[in-house]
Design a protein around this ligand. Sequence first.
Ligand code: GTP
Length: 364
Amino acid sequence: MVNDQVASEPNVDAVVLVGGKGTRLRPLTLSAPKPMLPTAGLPFLQHLLARIGAAGIKHVVLGTSFKAEVFEEYFGDGSSMGLEIEYVTETEPLGTGGGIRNVLPKLRADNVIVFNGDVLGGTDLRAVLDTHRHTEADVTMHLVRVGDPRAFGCVPTDEDGRVTDFLEKTQDPPTDQINAGCYVFRREIIEKIPAGRPVSVEREVFPGLLAEGRRVFGHVDAAYWRDMGTPEDFVRGSADLVRGIAPSPALDGPRGESLVHPGAGIAPGAVLIGGTVVGRGAEIGAGARLDGAVVFDGAVIEAGATVERSIVGFGARIGPRALVRDAVIGDGADVGARCELLRGARVWPGVALPDGGVRFSTDV
Ligand code: GTP
């Protein structure tokens, strides 16, 4: 469908790395791989696949490992999205570089655009491909500018846009440009990545290419960008999608302060703001206040509870007048009435907290 409206990119394959364990998003990633977590009502990966399709790229290979089967069960051959999706599974995770090398037998095109499967972005992918072509690069890296580059791969470039260094998680970053987790490779470069062992694209492949004097270029832009790897970023990214701050061709219609699945129940007097999303079969009680909340399918928020900037897992229950702020509640957990869970608290799946059982204050 999407591909009929745009010129196609026949000489470009897309690869999406989705094999990570997503440890920073535990306990949600104990049951579902990070790229399949519901985000504005759809598996996160669907937003990225829709962008790939909208750029005219049809052939997509998913590099899977952790919970590999879930992806094919959901996306199948990709035809419902106008894509042709293939899957390559690593029995032992091969890392980001090993994952790219491992899909080589499925690649057909001369240029391969590779994505980390956990980035929410609005970059014009055709512009990244254009940069790759006009610089005749071996590899083109999408770069974004961030306030604090220390947690990322810092990538300085010269006046022509050529990458001069690649400094993974340095305490002393020379520039605010970071690796945005999207690269275009000439296929021959992928052929040179060692096969059959774990390889990090960030720590081994890129430094190696620079040491060999390969043509590595950066494509810098100011489009929306967020790595969804932590609960804080996941909540922010989800809210940005709901409110239309983050673009997604997979979402149509107007966007607003909340997105409620038609199969969810919202009692009178409940307040849903800040990009809150409520999944299928979820129930929100009277007077509950949800601000920037991500409520997965089948979860229950009881009357008078408050949920702010938090994720409530599948089938979990938040008891009456409980307060959940900047927290992650695992699938099927039961948070008793008047409990307070704040500042990075994580409740493991199925755990039951008795009424008033966890408090950050002495009020009763
Ligand atoms: P954390 O454990 O929280 O760091 O998450 P992660 O395992 O997803 O790692 P990271 O965020 O660094 O991974 C970036 C992207 O690469 C994600 O989309 C991962 O799914 C993917 N990825 C990470 N390691 C592997 C791997 O060994 N194989 C494959 N195929 N993909 C990987």
